[in-house]
Design a protein around this ligand. Sequence first.
Ligand code: ASP
Length: 486
Amino acid sequence: MERTLIRDIPTKEGEEIILKGWVDTRRDHGKLIFIDLRDRTGIAQVVLKDAVEHAGDIRNEDVIELRGSVKARPEGMVNEKLPNHLGHYEVQASAFSFLNRRAGEGLPVPLEGDGYDVNEEVRMQYRYVDLRRARLQKNLRNRSKATQFIRNFLAERDFTEVETPILTKSTPEGARDYLVPSRLYHGKFYALPQAPQQYKQLLMVAGLERYFQIARCFRDEDTRGDRQPEFTQLDLEMSFVAREDVMALNEELLIALVETLYPGKRIQEKPFPRLSYTDVVKKYGTDRPDLRADKNDPNLLAFAWIIDFPFFERVPPVRPERSRGMSPSTDSPQTSKEVWTFTHNPFSAPKPEFMADLLAGKNVGDILTSQYDVVLNGWEIGGGSIRNHESRALEAVFNILGFTAERIKANFGHMLEALSLGAPPHGGIAWGLDRVVMLLENEPNIREVIAFPKTGDGRDPMMDSPSEVEKEQLEELGLEIKKKKR
Ligand code: ASP
């Protein structure tokens, strides 16, 4: 006989079925043992006579298989709280067997309740148990639905999903890179991508016209609630578009995503308001304002676009780590105490009316970028821009940043060359997908919507990572570890 999934029990009244799953709870009532059996589709009440062999040994989280018949529960015993009418039925088991018994006296992670108050170290060490709780099951399944929705939406609009390299090159972009030592070329390193920015632009030069990727990004920053060493972006890029085209497509996608998958949520304002950076900073003191009219409403979504950011800002010459943007130049010939850096992305184009100033390196502080950020309830959930598709404009950005010709060539020579070999006008955006799902699921941090996140201090206690490696592995890589001075 084939296995029946728990969600299909209501269609099998009076029939003999086989169920497989985990024992969620067990309650003894005299000669009867009640089990809540759980599979990926739901929870069913199973009644076993204690005379059934080994029934008395069943413990929660044992994995079992059982045979029984589906009965309507007597009136008064109906549980309306279970979804899919499951509370109207129970399974009277005639036989069962253990597929695997759970070891130990208790579970390392309690599964009752939502789990927010359980020690994080323990949750992460036994993440595969922690993930069995209903809240996290829902988060992972809904995240998968969101990703699928995005894929279908973009595929229908002629976007091509392309994977870009994970082993790439260290360039002086915003955050610190994760480095991977090369075995074949001692002393040389790959870097894990902070974002697929350059590759997606190169795909536009390659003529793809419409690209997207659910892309993993890596930034070696101190972790926080909404930061992880690795996180996921919906990354996309389009050719022959202006700022409003990219914003309109993403707005349509965000609205469709919410209205299809989260019909209980309400979008405060459509179309999303477009607010200038100067105005929001003046009014709210931040460039990611929480615009909700009622901040107690967990189902209210206040999206907005923030536009017209300054392209450049003055900063001290050495700043070890920034959340975004490229580290300011340290090889600048300028002797002044402060140098220019960009506020978002060096590859962005200025707004068209500032192109002449950019090319001339004039009135640098007044140049506005084509950058657009999308904010939701006080969080920045995405950002992008129209890019400089002519090499002289990108070169002008690097000149303003004070980069020497050698540095420009070493780090960005390939980009400048690509832009001179038939690059179409293009622009794009990236969303922080973990953040979007976190907000839609009303979760307090992105770790609750990532299957295997790192702890707040960047470790994986389950795999024990990061960890030391064998001496031979270091030798192959030509590396030696310096003992940390205490
Ligand atoms: N690559 C940018 C980022 O990761 C987003 C973009 O401009 O498309 O922030």
